[in-house]
Design a protein around this ligand. Structure first.
Ligand code: NAD
Length: 234
């Protein structure tokens, strides 16, 4: 990663928030050990048992009050403030730790816990409290809110913006993601196909490690601040 990048796309996953105390999905002890993905992260699961799904995301939303951004989130916030080139931060995370770490323009491709989606009028509204008691949509008043989270089988948000940035960047960096969930898992191949340098920062080799030009393995709270320092020093 020697040449100074002019345009960077960063993709983050659950691993960047792990040291803040938010469970990842796939690691031992992660969310999927205790819940079936089909029950809590598909439209079919929601149709089958909405109470379970609303409760699950209510708990995750309430849990945000008990966690803080870690050194990796803070370092990316610093990067956005100080990097002179183009920068897009795409996160698969539905938490708000990037924002609380100082990053302003976060591209949440899988939605956000602190947002509600009305299944009647389609409006996305900022949301803080629970949904399990079926509160009315702030816009159309129908009691038909669901978590504004992209489930399996649904289209991620902001794909046009992400595709444009991937086509234009000269460095793609993947942080704390297992490389198992598409389309995000395909970004590294798309970037490489355009001749873009690619770097993985992850606790351990991910499913896509071999595709990256370079991989560094360790905790995000150490690797990310080190990498940001490198970029800003040039
Ligand atoms: P994942 O659980 O599949 O993978 C997490 C990756 O992070 C693993 O490769 C693991 O080795 C790595 N990791 C764990 N601790 C780390 C650390 N301290 N430093 C660096 N890397 C670390 O998560 P994913 O790839 O994001 O995909 C799963 C889906 O789960 C995503 O779609 C996402 O929307 C959702 N999710 C989000 C959150 C959140 O918002 N914080 C939490 C769990 C799951």
């Amino acid at each position: 990663m020697s040449a100074r990048p002019k345009s960077i796309v960063i993709l983050t996953g659950a691993g960047i928030s792990a040291e803040s105390g938010i469970d990842t999905f796939r690691d031992a002890g992660g969310l999927w050990e205790r819940h079936s993905v089909y029950d809590i992260a598909t439209p079919e699961g929601f149709a089958r048992d909405p109470d379970l799904v609303l409760r699950f995301y209510d708990e995750r939303r309430a849990g945000l009050a008990k966690v803080e951004p870690n050194a990796a989130h803070l370092a990316l916030g610093r990067l956005e403030a100080e990097f002179a080139g183009d920068l897009l931060l795409v996160t698969q995370n539905v938490d708000d730790l990037h924002e609380r770490g100082g990053f302003v323009d976060v591209c949440h491709m899988h939605g956000e816990l602190r947002s509600a989606l009305c299944t009647s009028c389609g409006t996305r509204s900022p949301w803080e409290g629970p949904m399990r008691d079926r509160p009315p949509c702030p816009v159309c008043k129908a009691p038909t809110l669901r978590p504004d989270v992209v489930w399996f089988g649904e289209m991620p948000y902001h794909m046009d913006r992400i595709e444009d940035a991937l086509a234009a960047c000269d460095l793609f960096v993947s942080i704390g993601t297992s490389g198992a969930v598409y389309p995000a898992a395909g970004f590294v191949s798309q970037a490489r196909a355009m001749g873009t340098r690619t770097l993985e920062l992850n606790l351990e080799p991910s499913e896509g490690t071999a595709i990256f030009h370079q991989a560094r393995h360790g905790a995000a709270s150490r690797l990310v601040p080190e990498w940001v320092e490198e970029v800003l020093k040039g």
